[in-house]
Design a protein. Structure first.
Length: 549
């Protein structure tokens, strides 16, 4: 591979590699993901530097997984320990969205030919006709990003005198699902830090950026990433025959009110200047009945995608618990009023009925069970061993919580709030002296680049979508770590995450993204002039400046 790349220009190298990687399937969780990682290892191993230093490129087995991470270390012109990390994820989403075009989803040339005459999307048709865009699954997310890192690794291999420090490459698995690759990489980052004494100046990811509005051509650069929580509600009501439904507490009634109060509620989104912030979204809501009968539902499960920026997990728990309490009081009053109206309409005497529903976090519920002489932790460990391996991890978390409800001596209607996988901490530069200086240097370099490349590079704090950079630091304190762990049932088994290790690494996470449109859509395409030529040069400029800090 080295001989094929050596004679090409920078843009040709990135285009050649991107096209070749698009042609290889690497859907998250499939054998293709492993095959592509091995292919990337072979590419790097073909470079002369790594022929001379074969131990400087290696594969890392990911604990508990069949996939691997691929690493490479390039030492600069000195023995300095300062190191910039280049990282990108190997996997892509699937191709179900391509429909009848599945057979050409990995063929950029055939897709371009199709879109040139496609009347269903004028913008995509014009882009295809321009010749400036490369189509195909993974073109944008993020085979072009991998290709840039490979091209820059090749460049610095031949120009080590330009590096006042080192480059560490990481091509990791599973960004699109459970982030197994980057979570597994934490141990390796610590090992390299300890054994080689490396000092991580920053990590540069190039996950994709797209226009934020029609006509937007801004090339946003981010010095951090948004976080994500998956707050879950297990709602246990009081069942009743449909002929006496007013005597029960229907959990779907409560869930509907909680959903109405949270889902797409922009007042819950954080207010940050010059940042794209997103409201919570309901991703799942399902009651427990498996077949038809005339009993009202016993329980319902629901969870939300909740982006966090400056908010902490504790902030979210407090806010959502309050919302759930308000919802339950509202439903309690409505049920009472409806029952009174029913009795009056039918000339029936009213019974004394309690419609109260308690709201607790899982941490509070575990303490409640302990106070009643139960052993919830022991029960959780037993439940974990009995869960089917192929069950979705979120449903495993619900099984654990509902298993605890079996221990409840009072069997009261309850709403239990907890976290489930995945959890991505928000990660951005803090206000310490080193971070402030790093931000100033970035702004200075980007201003120079604007004049040189005739582009606009505003620096923002949070990459607005999910990215692996979130796992390179944890900005919370010890109390926040304890809150997350205490409210995340089965965390060590379902989503192992060493928050202490992340806090210790504390690596600034930059995202300088490839530019395109249609990420995760069948119209996915990357803009070649910027991505294949300008962006690699911009990353070099930032890298060299960072290594002089």
């Amino acid at each position: 591979m080295y001989n094929q790349l050596a004679s090409l220009t920078l843009a040709q190298q990135v285009e050649f590699l991107t096209k070749r990687l698009i042609e290889m399937e690497s859907y998250s969780g499939t054998e293709g993901e492993l095959d592509k990682a091995n292919y990337l290892y072979e590419i790097i191993a073909s470079f002369p530097y790594f022929q001379a230093y074969p131990d400087y490129v290696w594969k890392q087995d990911i604990e508990g997984d069949e996939r691997i991470n691929v690493w490479a270390f390039l030492q600069g012109n000195s023995n300095k320990k300062e190191t910039v990390i280049y990282h990108a994820h190997v996997d892509t989403v699937g191709i179900e969205d391509y429909g009848k075009l599945k057979d050409i989803a990995h063929d950029p040339d055939k897709l371009a030919a199709f879109f040139k005459s496609y009347d269903g999307d004028e913008e995509a048709r014009n882009d295809a006709r321009s010749g400036d865009w490369m189509f195909g699954r993974g073109s944008l997310d993020m085979q072009s990003g991998i290709s840039i890192h490979l091209a820059n690794l090749l460049y610095y291999m031949n120009h080590r005198e330009k590096l006042d420090g080192n480059i560490l490459i990481l091509f990791n698995a599973d960004e699109e699902n459970q982030h197994v690759g980057i979570r597994g990489a934490l141990d390796e980052l610590v090992r390299l830090q300890q054994e080689r004494g490396l000092s991580y100046v920053a990590a540069i990811n190039n996950d994709f950026i797209s226009p934020l509005y029609n006509g937007d051509q801004t090339k946003y650069v981010y010095c951090g990433g948004a976080g994500k929580l998956l707050p879950c509600f297990s709602i246990l009501g009081r069942e009743a025959h449909v002929g006496e439904s007013l005597l029960g507490i229907d959990p779907t009634f409560i869930a509907s009110e909680i959903n109405r109060s949270i889902n797409q509620n922009f007042s819950l989104a954080e207010k940050l200047d010059n940042e794209l912030v997103l409201p919570p979204s309901c991703l799942f809501m399902k009651e427990s009945k498996q077949s038809y009968n005339v009993q009202t539902p016993v329980s319902i499960r629901m969870y939300f995608n909740y982006f966090i920026y400056k908010k902490t997990p504790t902030d979210v728990l407090v806010s959502l618990k309050r919302i759930a309490q308000t919802a339950c009081v509202k439903i309690e009053n409505e049920l009472a009023n409806n029952y009174t109206a029913f009795c009056k309409a039918n000339y029936l005497p009213e019974r004394s009925i309690n419609w109260k529903t308690d709201v607790m976090t899982i941490q509070e519920y575990i303490e409640y069970l302990k106070e009643h002489g139960e052993e919830p932790e022991k029960h959780l460990n037993s439940l974990l061993k009995s869960l089917p391996e192929d069950l979705d991890d979120r449903l495993k978390a619900f099984e654990l919580v509902e298993g605890l409800q079996q221990l409840d001596p009072e069997k009261k209607p309850r709403v239990i709030l907890f976290f489930a996988p995945p959890f991505l901490p928000s990660n951005t530069l803090q206000m310490d002296e080193q971070s402030v200086y790093l931000k100033e240097v970035l702004e200075e370099v980007l201003q120079e680049a604007e004049e040189e490349y005739k582009e606009v590079f505003p620096l923002r704090r949070y990459f607005p979508y999910l990215c692996d950079g979130s796992f390179l630091a944890f900005n919370g304190n010890q109390t926040e770590i304890e809150t997350v762990v205490a409210n995340f049932p089965g965390m060590n088994e379902l989503f192992p995450l060493d928050l202490e290790k992340m806090r210790s690494l504390n690596i600034p996470a930059l995202n300088m993204g490839v530019y395109g449109k249609g990420g995760h859509k069948w119209t996915e395409r990357v803009y070649k002039p910027y991505t294949f030529q300008t962006l690699p040069l911009l990353i070099r400029k930032v890298t060299e400046r960072l290594l002089t800090l």
